[in-house]
Design a protein around this ligand. Structure first.
Ligand SMILES: C[S@@+](CC[C@H](N)C(=O)[O-])C[C@H]1O[C@@H](n2cnc3c(N)ncnc32)[C@H](O)[C@@H]1O
Length: 240
């Protein structure tokens, strides 16, 4: 019989690879692991990748298998999805994987300056409705939060099925003069077949739960990689 949500929530509280800070910690004081992920959690000094909106953690787990000498942290608010990724990581005995159950809105209280090497955002909800623009994970407000802990030469890596979200993200990149490292509006047609042995093709070939759903519906998958180093937010600037 499949496990219910409450059982999964209880399990992740016991899992050593899961961290579930209180609202008080994430909103006010900052979590104990802020600045300490490598020292206390992973107990090594390897580079850290954070996957935002990780859902079932397909990227976090898949990349951790691909790169045993790097650390991966999946972030999502949904406990049952975190359970899926965390359980998989335990079964695969991956000790370079962590999951953080929290709202991404408070992510800057979870990591210290320069603690993170790269940020993946995988198939975020596009939040097309105008009155949801505050929640788009690549708006200026969120980028300014990520900039607080992403290394200056660190990378943002977005994979999405949504034309709207991809264009929205690019508009901000252009407006803010951010450096684009790679950009492809149809990876399965225009990049992976031409470069099957590249490391990027291997990474992009990992598929998430939502990605598989969108591929079945015939959607094209977009990927853009960029830096936040140039990001400057003016005083009183509208951030979303
Ligand atoms: C469309 S799903 C994609 C999940 C996964 N990356 C995939 O591709 O299968 C978006 C995920 O983002 C999470 N999410 C959206 N906004 C969030 C926020 N502000 N804080 C934490 N999680 C958020 C949702 O809980 C959901 O699991």
């Amino acid at each position: 019989m499949s496990k219910g949500k409450l059982e999964k929530f209880a399990m992740i509280k016991e899992y050593e690879n899961c961290v579930e800070p209180t609202m008080e910690e994430v909103m006010k004081t900052g979590i104990d692991l802020k600045g300490q992920w490598n020292k206390t959690f992973f107990k090594n000094n390897n580079p850290i990748t954070v996957e935002l909106a990780c859902g079932g953690g397909e990227y976090t787990v898949g990349m951790a298998e691909m790169y045993p000498n790097r650390n991966f942290i999946g972030v999502d608010i949904k406990g049952n999805r975190i359970w899926k990724g965390a359980t998989k990581a335990i079964k695969k005995k991956l000790n370079n994987v962590g999951f953080l159950r929290t709202r991404i809105d408070f992510i800057a209280n979870c990591f210290a300056k320069d603690e993170v090497d790269e940020i993946w955002i995988t198939f975020p909800d596009p939040q097309i409705n105008k009155n949801r623009r505050r929640k788009r994970l690549t708006n200026k407000l969120f980028l300014s939060r990520y900039q607080e802990f992403l290394k200056p030469d660190g990378k943002m890596r977005l994979k999405s099925d949504s034309d709207f979200f991809y264009e929205f993200t690019k508009e901000i990149i252009i407006e803010k003069n951010l450096e684009i490292l790679f950009d492809c509006d149809d990876i399965y047609k225009k990049y992976i077949p031409q470069n099957p042995n590249s490391q990027l093709a291997k990474e992009l070939s990992l598929k998430t739960f939502y990605e598989n759903m969108w591929l079945e519906k015939g959607k094209t998958i977009k990927y853009i990689e960029y830096k936040l180093a140039n990001l400057k937010i003016e005083k009183n600037e509208k951030l979303f």
